[in-house]
Design a protein around this ligand. Sequence first.
Ligand SMILES: [Zn+2]
Length: 699
Amino acid sequence: MYTKAQQQQFFELSKNFLKSEATALDYESLKNALIFHEWKYYVESQPLLSDFEYDQLYKQLETLEAANPKMMAPDSPTQRVSSDLTADFKSVDHLIPMLSLANSYNAEDLEDFDRQIRKLTLTEGDITYTVEPKYDGGSIALIYENDMLVRAATRGNGAQGDDITPNARAISAIPLKANFSKYGIYKVELRGEAIIEKNNFGKINDKREQQGLQLFANPRNAATGGLRTKDSSETRNRGLEAFIFQMGYAVDADGNDMFSQFSGHFEIINMLGDLGFKIPKAEKKKCSNIQEASEFCAYWQEQRDTYPYEIDGMVVKVDDLALQAKCGSTQHHPRWAIAYKFKAKQATTTLEDIEYQIGKIGSITPVAKLKPVQLAGVTVSSVSLHNEEFISGKDLRIGDTILVERAGDVIPYIVKSFPELRSGSEQEVVFPTACPSCNSTLIKQEGEAAWRCVNPSCTAQILQKLIFHVSKDAMNIDGFGKSYVERFYELGWIKDLSDIYNLDYDAIAQLDGFGAKSAKKVKDAIEHSKQNPIYRLLHSLSIHHLGKKASKIIAEHINHVLDLRQWSAEQLTGIKDIGPVVAENVVAYFAEDYNIEQLEKLESYGVNLSQTEADQPVQVADDAPLLGKTILFTGTLEQMSRKEAQALAVTAGAKNISAVSGNLNILVAGAKAGSKLKKAQAIGTVEIMTEAEFLELVS
Ligand SMILES: [Zn+2]
């Protein structure tokens, strides 16, 4: 389109206009420079100017045109968006019908297609094919006459479409003027697809959400809607682009066919690229036989998610124009082209039942059980329905025919139901009022979407809590997954969190499918997890609303997990980024005796509950006075804070623990020491010392 020298020239020119404004004499150069930058930005996606600089030049052009209206060029970038709203779309005839394509789904289908082509064209050897993406947007047909864009239409019914010329002009990737005269072409019809980049689509929906507008379901809807909007500035705002991939009609001023100067389809598309149109590049290939074409299709089926635009397949076209003519067309589709459809991302199936799953904090999640269906290469048989509102919002009934979608790596979801297909036997969904596991009444807290079972001894919840506790996100006990938890739970070996750290590994080794080796593996993983930093433990407790991030923040403010018993909600909200909901739930958790007992048990089994050890490793000398000892401070210390004392103990090689048990080696009793001192005395094996004695020992 532009030579390197031309590009440099336009760039210099633009920089000059930015320094000293263009005059009326510069109008043509300024206009052409802006057309060049539109091409760099919208067709090549390689802008040379910042948005700000481009706007400066654009304003200069507007000013010149306002002062000299006679000068106005029809292909001026200022003429893309008209201020008038489009009236109803006029129906217009296509120069030649826009046919649809026959479909293929695999290599065998393509080989059948190739055999058919060779039969039709009486060809013995290989056929050359051009393969290009099948864009998932809105089809358009553009007519240029005497190098100017004169009409744009939607596909419509194939014979007639809607005249959307003002909106097409607003798409900067469509040149208002293109040098077809260079090829002796006077009138030409091009086919393409208006499309929105996937990235851009997300931004459009974000903006609509802020404005309270309905969100688009997918980029295609946003693109087709943008083509048919009555306000062409809206087409522009949506950032519509247009790929051109077919020349359907081309004649000279006398009406003579102008195709014969081109060898094939591939050459024509590159010619269009050279004239400034946006065309498929590396994603288009000229293949010397059907096997190569088939491989290229398969490659893009794998790569489709990495491509910036939605594509739902590839199109395989006979490249040679003479062979195309020999093949001809049926009433519905050309015989020389075929679509290679990627595995479907959407499918219809039946909603057979709804199950209710109980989460670790008792939330009830409805899960749709579907008649199994193939979706983008995966069998889908169950899909989350999120909550009660989702079900009523989509008007889902058991027995309904529904549309399921799976895009990229996204979890499948239900797009909609088809009420028009109901037979009358479908059942309305009655959301349960009692927990499916423990039968206690469900409650819904203000501002929350989910119904919850709040019974702390609900077995389904306990099991989910255990599964979460060992998971990667929480204590990350390697190799100790859901199935182990379920099995040990059923055996009655783990009833609560602390049981996980008190397993009988000999018994595990005797289990079916285990053995000494795997029992050892489980043991090693559990032992390893005991040294986790305390934020992991905090997170693993399934405290409602306490996520990983908040756990980390809180952990930074405490020395020991059980210190949280002393924290009030006000103190917690005093920490940056800790909100009142998290604070209240943390306080409520640490107010429960049962939870405290659990944590003390965990500590007695060796699970780390203190900050200093795991997060701020201290260099301890081999001859440290308290090496390997466990220590606990109780009562009021005179010469230092408890925090300082604990830090000193760590430096001396000791480990701070919070409960008095047989595992405790030293109890430092300050003034007014109470129950802990008594308990330690009762145990008998605990060494009890004063603050002064402790200081002397570690100094
Ligand atoms: Zn329950």
